[in-house]
Design a protein around this ligand. Structure first.
Ligand code: HEM
Length: 712
């Protein structure tokens, strides 16, 4: 046993330690197995793990040796060296350290972006990069807005007098945003799914942290033993995995849909293809979707909690944000894609929060091919195979030579120059790494920033926050950096500014009534003006669409299984709402209806038309046929009538002669009469002509004689 421990845990670590020491790397002494665990635990108890690591960088400089228990690490906060580790030129020289896989593989498997390596990672990254492009994220804005509006409503409900823990409330919100974006409808309408998933995800997260804090996950042998909350993780993972399998099957078979007008993350996963045209397997889709939840939930939650903290403790920043939100999103209008890009102060506040409180303050890479890092002409290090480099962005972001007033919260450092309109230039391209850098940087950073901007703007737009006095705000670092005891605040609904009171922001609510046992609600959405705002019904059919300004809207229900009649809803400037029948011909006509709305099914939609069958009557009754038939019948009947009535016969003859200026042209009446009207008649000669016709022939004769004279 001792030999195994020595060969597996002590010898390789000591070898690397000595190697680096020989190159002049300073650091803490090498103590087998224990390393600097006692100091680390003491720092943790005194609530300052990151501050302790920062103090070591002050003591030793921008790279030093340190052991997390048995695991010896070189900690780096030197941008030139970091560039060599994470930059594209050494992409094949590093992998993620084993401990990373030990923590995450039991949760999300090994075929996902976070833990896969080499070609598998490159392929998946290429397939998934487009999913996080701004164009695709645009369609998920409505999910972020809707979830935030719902969460704000529950802040109001719970914040009558008691303070709430912002970190906890925001955790629920970021979890619902990422789950709704990754899994769509199932996460929103199946209350059972919601409850199970939220609770299980939280339980699993807590169990992971417990095991990391107690150095269980770091030692594979201990990690496999069925103690220390292992069953919480195993059972939770099984449960979540089964639920996600079901969601994928439902989406593939069209039984569920995204919660936005366009594609959500699951749609993008299902449609992603590699350069050979191959798509992800169901197992890969499950693991990638779970990875998004794992990587995107707590990180964004922490960013938001710290952002609220800095705003509540920094009056000028809060005022600047509020002023911007009032200007860009007046009268509580919902953030749209175009408006969000104007929230530059909010964005700067978030960037500065990420600098001082990076949610993922440390990330690591293990060297698999020996090489040299550091700028030529400066200190360079030869990194032996097996060395794990820890990049400490918390320390990097607070380096006095890279940042002016490094510990001070100053969002203006991120604003464009008012004179040149140029973006501020960083001291070094690798001095700001909240989302890491290089080929393994955070794929979800655009998603996270978009989500955080929406949450921040809507919270400031609708709520007033006052921090509860006497709190101990402590940074706790276990994988992510979060406020250990939460951040408690009094939250009040902001009263609407009197000058803008006449526009307001209101909600449209109601219920969809379908026969009992019908699961149509899962695929049903409520559309305001064909999707300007979208609502999702709860399991009982009720829905609330918040953030709707005053105006007149057509509210319709889109359902694949039922037809519902649309309703016009008018919200006046004071928020008074009425519902009335839709009348496109006389829009002013008012037939009022019940409000809150009640949508009752009007039957099943007719998706198919009956195939046409050939019938003789269809040919006969065809208008073209009829138009041909009538003149034909007239032509047949008229000569018959004429032959019986001499007067009529004479009239017809007259009309025929009138229409026949040329003697050589055959008489049409006669022609038809001959064709259809019985025995052939002799064409009358000129001498037989009499009456009116005689007048015409005489004139013609005269014209002929005159013409002959002229010729002679
Ligand atoms: C403020 C929020 C966030 C922060 C600070 C953050 C930070 C990071 C960091 C530092 C890494 C590199 C980790 C490492 O190399 O060990 C990372 C990777 C990753 N993040 Fe984020 N993240 C955030 C939000 C998100 C969101 C919202 C998603 C997904 C929707 C996401 C998905 C991922 C994935 C999949 C990776 C692995 C990428 C790869 O290796 O190719 N993250 N993130």
């Amino acid at each position: 046993m001792i030999t195994i421990v020595y060969w597996r845990l002590i010898r390789p670590e000591k070898h690397m330690y000595d190697e680096l020491r020989r190159q002049g790397v300073p650091g803490e002494p090498f103590i087998p197995i224990i390393g600097q665990l006692p100091q680390l635990n003491r720092a943790r108890e005194n609530n300052g793990t990151l501050a302790y690591l920062f103090s070591l960088s002050e003591k030793y400089g921008n790279y030093f040796l340190f052991s997390f228990g048995p695991l010896m690490r070189i900690m780096i906060s030197e941008p030139d060296m970091i560039a060599d580790v994470v930059g594209r030129s050494h992409v094949h020289d590093y992998v993620k350290p084993d401990v990373f896989g030990n923590i995450f593989k039991p949760l999300i498997g090994s075929h996902n972006l976070l833990v896969s390596e080499g070609e598998e990672h490159e392929r998946a990254r290429k397939m998934l990069n487009p999913a996080f492009h701004f164009i695709n994220l645009k369609s998920m804005i409505s999910i972020m807005v809707n979830e935030t509006a719902k969460a704000i409503d529950s802040f109001f409900l719970s914040s009558d007098s008691n303070a709430i823990d912002l970190h906890r409330e925001l955790s629920g919100l970021t979890l619902s945003i990422i789950m709704s974006s990754a899994f769509g409808q199932a996460s929103s309408t199946r209350s059972n799914f919601n409850r199970t998933m939220y609770q299980t995800v939280n339980d699993v997260f807590e169990a992971i942290k417990y095991r990391i804090m107690h150095t269980i996950t770091q030692i594979p042998f201990l990690a496999r033993l069925p103690f220390w909350r292992k069953s919480v993780i195993d059972d939770g993972v099984q449960l979540i995995g089964d639920a996600v399998d079901q969601i994928i099957t439902d989406r593939r078979q069209g039984r569920s849909a995204s919660l936005c007008a366009g594609s959500d993350l699951l749609d993008l996963l299902l449609s992603a293809i590699d350069s050979d045209g191959k798509s992800f397997t169901d197992e890969e889709i499950k693991q990638q979707a779970l990875t998004f939840v794992l990587a995107g939930h707590e990180t964004t939650n922490n960013l938001m909690a710290w952002a609220m903290y800095v705003l509540m403790t920094n009056e000028s920043a809060l005022r600047a944000c509020r002023e911007e939100v009032d200007k860009v999103l007046p009268n509580c209008i919902s953030p749209s894609h175009e408006l969000i890009s104007n929230l530059v102060v909010c964005e700067a506040v978030l960037q500065e929060t990420l600098r001082l409180y990076p949610p993922a303050p440390i990330f690591a890479r293990k060297c698999v091919r020996e090489h040299v890092i550091g700028k030529e002409g400066q200190k360079q290090l030869r990194i032996p195979v097996g060395t794990t480099i820890v990049i400490n962005s918390y320390t990097l972001h607070r380096r006095a030579d890279l940042w002016s007033r490094p510990h001070e919260f100053d969002y203006t450092r991120w604003l464009r120059d008012p004179v040149t309109d140029l973006k501020p230039k960083l001291a070094h391209p690798f001095c700001y790494l909240p989302f890491a850098a290089g080929s393994r940087n955070c794929i979800g950073q655009n998603f996270a920033m978009l989500e955080a901007k929406i949450m921040l703007a809507m919270l400031l737009q609708r709520c007033d926050f006052v921090m509860e006095p006497g709190q101990n705000i402590v940074q706790e670092f276990i994988i992510t950096m979060r406020p250990k005891y939460g951040i408690r605040a009094q939250v009040k609904s902001l009263s609407i500014n009197p000058s803008t009171e006449n526009i307001g922001s209101y909600k449209i609510e109601g219920k969809i009534i379908v026969p009992p046992g019908d699961n149509a609600l899962e695929n049903t959405r409520i559309l305001i003006d064909e999707g300007l705002y979208i609502g999702i019904p709860q399991v009982d059919g009720t829905f609330v669409i918040s953030g709707v300004p005053s105006g007149s809207y057509i509210v319709s229900v889109a359902s694949p299984l039922h037809v519902f009649e649309p309703v016009r809803v008018d919200i006046n400037a004071k928020g008074k709402t009425r519902a009335r029948k839709v009348n496109f011909i006389q829009p002013g006509e008012v037939v009022t209806m019940k409000y809150p709305l009640n949508f009752e099914t009007h039957g099943i939609p007719n998706y198919f038309q009956k195939r046409e069958v050939y019938r003789l009557t269809d040919v006969i009754m065809n208008p073209m046929f009829l138009t041909l038939l009538v003149p034909l019948a007239l032509l047949l009947i008229l000569p018959k009538l004429a032959s019986q009535d001499p007067e009529m016969q004479r009239d017809l003859q007259q009309a025929s002669n009138f229409l026949q200026p040329n003697m050589n042209t055959p008489d049409i009446g006669d022609m038809f009469a001959n064709m259809f009207g019985g025995p052939k008649k002799q064409k009358p000669t000129q001498s037989q002509n009499n009456g009116a016709s005689g007048g015409i022939s005489t004139a013609q004769q005269k014209r002929k004689i005159e013409a002959a004279k002229r010729r002679n």
